[in-house]
Design a binder for this molecule. Structure first.
Ligand code: HSE
Length: 297
């Protein structure tokens, strides 16, 4: 038998929650197929949509899958097909979709021995291949859906937070590649106490806003003083696009994950459509091609 998996795109960080907050997007993601085989071990039998290694140990999906398979004893092999629709280095969790899709699909094939939260742990191991560090802010929303908050990494603890009604995400994806490892290399390992307080207050405010459907609080909290100042130069037109989103009524806007995608959160579909048009117009000055996606949360 065969298992087909859809692995959705995600927005990590959401301004105030670097490496902690994530959001699952709707209708945009990779496809993966899994089969049992008589030949033991894990094999990647097909890759489309991206130039990725077939060697399991060098492949994000392969490494995540092996982390899971090391914990089980099975007398058959597994074949995995990876059909990438999400561009690598896009900032909407392309590598995480591969890692999360791999562990989700294999878990289904094995009759679900692991919980979704356990799968997040395995998926994170694959993330290291792409970014050089273990973080769960893309793999967690990809596996759990909705908003997710990592409350600790040692041991990993993740909670899922239901979104308030009428929330929409707009993502503008410039067609340039920003490697997560490069985007992490520009960050400063130390932050000031003042900025840490501002960022922590905003993360608390954002989470409180989600739980109470307080859109004004969500909006005031969607700020990033720790990461955006260092990363925004990697993204052509960033300030213009963000300002266009805010001027047109978005609740907040910022870098999606490690970039180059730029996201905006909006209340109601009509506003998301208006914001998407304004972001496109602002970005078109760069002459770089792009695509835009609106997602209901
Ligand atoms: N939190 C991660 C980062 C997400 O911003 O580097 C991208 O993998």
């Amino acid at each position: 038998n065969e298992i087909k998996v859809f692995a959705p795109a995600t927005i990590a960080n959401l301004n105030c929650g670097f490496d902690l907050l994530g959001l699952c997007l709707d209708g945009i993601g990779d496809e993966m197929i899994f089969r049992k085989s008589s030949e033991k071990g894990l094999q990647i039998t097909k890759i489309s949509g991206a130039n990725l290694p077939y060697e399991v140990e060098n492949n994000v999906a392969g490494v995540a899958a092996l982390a899971l398979l090391n914990e089980v004893d099975i007398d058959f092999g597994i074949e995995m097909e990876i059909h990438k629709k999400l561009k690598l280095g896009s900032g909407i969790g392309s590598s995480s979709a591969s890692a999360a899709g791999a562990v989700f699909g294999i878990n289904e094939l094995l009759g679900k021995p692991f919980t979704k939260k356990e799968l997040v742990n395995f998926a994170m191991k694959g993330e290291v291949v792409a970014s050089g560090s273990e973080h769960a802010d893309n793999v967690a929303p990809c596996l759990l859906g909705g908003f997710t908050l990592v409350t600790g990494y040692n041991p990993l603890e993740v909670i899922r937070i239901d979104a308030p009604k009428d929330l929409f995400a707009v993502v503008l994806h410039p067609h340039i590649e920003v490697k997560t490892s490069d985007s992490r290399a520009v960050l400063k390992p130390e932050v000031s106490l003042k900025n840490a307080i501002t960022q922590t207050g905003n993360l608390g405010g954002f989470v409180a806003g989600l739980y109470t459907s307080d859109y004004d609080l969500i909006s005031r909290s969607l700020k990033d003083v720790l990461v955006e100042p260092y990363r925004k130069h990697l993204i052509p037109g960033f300030d213009k696009v963000k300002n266009a989103a805010l001027e047109n009524g978005a609740l907040g806007s910022g870098i999606s994950g490690a970039g180059p995608s730029i996201f905006a959160l909006c209340k109601q579909k009509e506003n998301a459509q208006k914001v998407a048009i304004a972001m496109e117009k602002a970005f078109s000055d760069t002459k770089i091609s792009y695509d835009v996606h609106i997602s209901e949360i």
